[in-house]
Design a protein around this ligand. Structure first.
Ligand SMILES: Nc1ncnc2c1ncn2[C@@H]1O[C@H](COP(=O)(O)OP(=O)(O)O)[C@@H](O)[C@H]1O
Ligand SMILES: Nc1ccn([C@@H]2O[C@H](COP(=O)(O)O)[C@@H](O)[C@H]2O)c(=O)n1
Length: 202
């Protein structure tokens, strides 16, 4: 099994890059795990309390469960990947049964911050886009798809997102084997990663 970790700040285009990479790979050959599925279960908190959580700090992630799941996949066992709801700021209680594949891609802002998780990746990729570009993308996406408004996104950006990005996320670029510049769609970089994967598959 080849496990590829894809990190980078919010809105840099991780999900988009992953979708471009797996686009032409048969479903039974590749699997995707999103770090967002591993936000801590916050069912013990009220909705109001959950809105105040710093979701950009490594402590917000259940790395223990993520590590356990990656270990199970390596051993050829399927996992129950939790389903996350951004509008509810919590796990939904549902799971997606994720089967081990020859290539597993793990994507998320904080996945390279954790030493044990980092060690589990055969290839580490960091997707870079400038912070103004990421903020614009995040605004549009969170308003259209994640049930947020302008005030929510900007206030989260100023209070937690930007400081956490500078403190925890951007520094993990140094661990990357490959850095993908993604201010514009980068088809060349996507093709290179696809070639590496195809090499593993055939
Ligand atoms: N290279 C790009 N140029 C313009 N928009 C992009 C690009 N990559 C992604 N987007 C858009 O930006 C938003 C955030 O991208 P997404 O892949 O969800 O980022 P991430 O997973 O890193 O948070 C999405 O609406 C997506 O369509
Ligand atoms: N309830 C939540 C949980 C997380 N976020 C934000 O999501 C971002 C990470 O996801 P990407 O797809 O953008 O990589 C992160 O910056 C958190 O602020 C949220 O808004 N609400």
């Amino acid at each position: 099994m080849l496990i590829i970790g894809i990190a980078g700040g919010t809105g840099c285009g991780k999900t988009t890059v992953v979708n471009q990479i797996i686009n032409e790979i048969p479903e039974e050959e590749v699997g995707v795990i999103s770090q967002d599925s591993y936000y801590n279960d916050l069912s013990h908190l009220s909705y109001e309390e959950r809105t105040k959580i710093n979701f950009d700090h490594p402590r917000a992630i259940d790395f223990e469960l993520l590590g356990k799941h990656l270990g199970q996949l390596r051993k050829g066992k399927p996992i129950d990947q939790p389903v996350y709801s951004f509008p509810k700021h919590n796990r939904t209680g549902d799971v997606i049964v994720t089967h081990p594949r020859k290539v597993m891609i793990v994507e998320g802002i904080l996945i390279l911050t954790h030493p044990e998780i980092r060690k589990m990746f055969d290839i580490k990729i960091y997707v870079h886009a400038d912070s103004d570009e990421r903020l614009i993308r995040r605004l549009k996406r969170d308003i259209n798809e994640r049930g947020r408004d302008l005030e929510e996104v900007l206030s989260r950006y100023q209070t937690t997102l930007k400081p956490m990005h500078d403190q925890f996320i951007e520094p993990t670029k140094e661990y990357a084997d490959i850095i993908i510049p993604n201010n514009k769609y980068n088809t060349v970089a996507v093709d290179i990663v696809r070639t590496i994967i195809n090499d593993k598959l055939h």
